[in-house]
Design a binder for this molecule. Structure first.
Ligand SMILES: Cc1ncc(COP(=O)(O)O)c(C=O)c1O
Length: 398
């Protein structure tokens, strides 16, 4: 059955008068979340107290929800676990991948990768004593830069700024041919586009849940380890909940079975409750259909903006095959333009130096929203209403 997008939209809480084009940064709230979180607070924490760990399934949640996310990213059951932040999961995946390829010293990434991924790699190189090196190339050059010195290719599948999408299967194949492993960051993929980790033979993958999976601000991240590596991958962050027997309280670490070893410490139970409710949205959803509809909305937006606001320059590839779920335009005054848009209820965001980002998630964005976004944006540009001091005042989060 085709997705009833209008019915899906009704399952989200969207403030009156808002067109929300920023689910690529923070997904909106699913209507069932407050009641589920309230129950977790009152009935589980409030009434069960410490007994909640056993009786409310808190300890099993990171794996149980991991299995639900696994279905959305083309992963096998039992290969995904939740916890911590995405930056931490990047570090873990990268450290284990390097350890599995011990003769090599180069981490290959691209200049479009999210800075935190690159910072984590730099920090890991330092911790490993400086023999390791992070090499970054332009996104288009990744394929040709993979050679026999590369230990790990670490990429974000969909570029957070331009929305450009790497070809996961081709890059992974090339990496494997030349003896490298892959770490894929799915922050802008999970819940946005069809992902097939098994089909692509990805080695490790990580992602967050607060964007397209709508777990709310600070929601837990996830990590995937291919089953062929799961019992060989050595965790760099060897916390007690990744131990084979956490409640044996042994003095030395023994890694848990398979993906369990990628757990670190106490999971964020209340945030997991929010995620559990939010994931119900996905029960009957085919991501091919979601992405196809997103591309239609993106095309509508690109066409409208290019015909009426030629001063904006498209930063996203035109090819559907190279697109995720967002469209970006460049303008030197992008920050002020975005603030003026937000003041009119059309919410996107800005990424330095000059990128206006717009996310098109068809589960809660429709053609009328896109038409309104185009109208408001062109009016702001036509009348120059962005050119006010209050719109140029940079906030901490852009
Ligand atoms: C691609 C990518 N990687 C990593 C991160 C960092 O995630 P976190 O703040 O959860 O560690 C983000 C955050 O937006 C991201 O977009």
């Amino acid at each position: 059955m085709p997705i009833d997008f209008a019915a899906k939209k009704a399952q989200f809480h969207l403030p009156e008068g808002v067109v929300y084009l920023d689910g690529n940064s923070l997904g909106p709230m699913v209507n069932t979340v407050p009641a589920r979180v309230d129950a977790a607070v009152r009935n589980e924490w409030g009434e069960m107290l410490i007994r909640g760990w056993n009786h409310a399934g808190w300890m099993a949640q990171p794996r149980m929800l991991g299995d639900r996310i696994a279905r959305l990213i083309g992963a096998e059951a039992g290969t995904v676990v939740l916890g911590d932040t995405l930056s931490i999961k990047v570090y873990q995946a990268l450290a284990s991948a390097l350890d599995l390829n011990p003769k090599r010293r180069v981490i290959l990434s691209d200049t479009g990768n999210f800075p935190s991924d690159l910072y984590m790699a730099e920090g890991l190189c330092r911790t490993l004593g400086g023999q390791y090196r992070l090499k970054t190339v332009a996104p288009e050059e990744v394929m040709s830069a993979i050679d026999e010195s590369v230990a790990v290719v670490m990429l974000t599948e969909v570029d957070y700024r331009t929305g450009r999408r790497h070809h996961m299967a081709d890059i992974t194949r090339r990496a494997h041919e030349l003896g490298a492993l892959t770490v894929w960051d799915l922050a802008h993929s999970a819940g946005a586009i069809p992902v097939d980790l098994v089909g692509a033979r990805a080695d490790f993958a990580v992602g967050c849940t607060y964007k397209y999976l709508n777990s709310g601000p600070g929601g837990p991240a996830f990590i995937y380890v291919a089953p062929r590596h799961a019992d060989a991958a050595r965790p760099a962050l060897s916390g007690w909940l990744g131990h084979e027997a956490p409640f044996a309280f042994d003095l030395s670490y023994r890694p848990g079975q398979g993906i369990e070893r990628m757990r670190v410490g106490t999971p964020p139970v209340l945030q997991m409750a929010a995620l559990e409710a939010a994931l119900e949205i996905w029960e009957d959803v085919d991501l091919h259909e979601v992405h196809a509809q997103s591309l239609r909305l993106q095309d509508q937006f690109i066409k409208g903006v290019e015909s009426r606001a030629p001063m904006l320059q498209l930063a996203t590839p035109r090819s559907h095959l190279m697109r995720g779920s967002q469209v970006s335009f460049r303008h030197p005054e992008g920050y002020a333009i975005m603030q003026a848009l937000i003041a009119e209820g059309v919410i996107g965001d800005f990424r330095a130096p000059d990128i206006l980002r717009f996310g098109f998630t068809p589960l809660y964005v429709d053609e009328d929203d896109v038409a309104r976004a185009v109208n408001v944006l062109t009016r702001i540009l036509d009348y120059g209403t962005w050119d006010r001091p209050e719109f140029k005042q940079r906030a901490a989060v852009t």
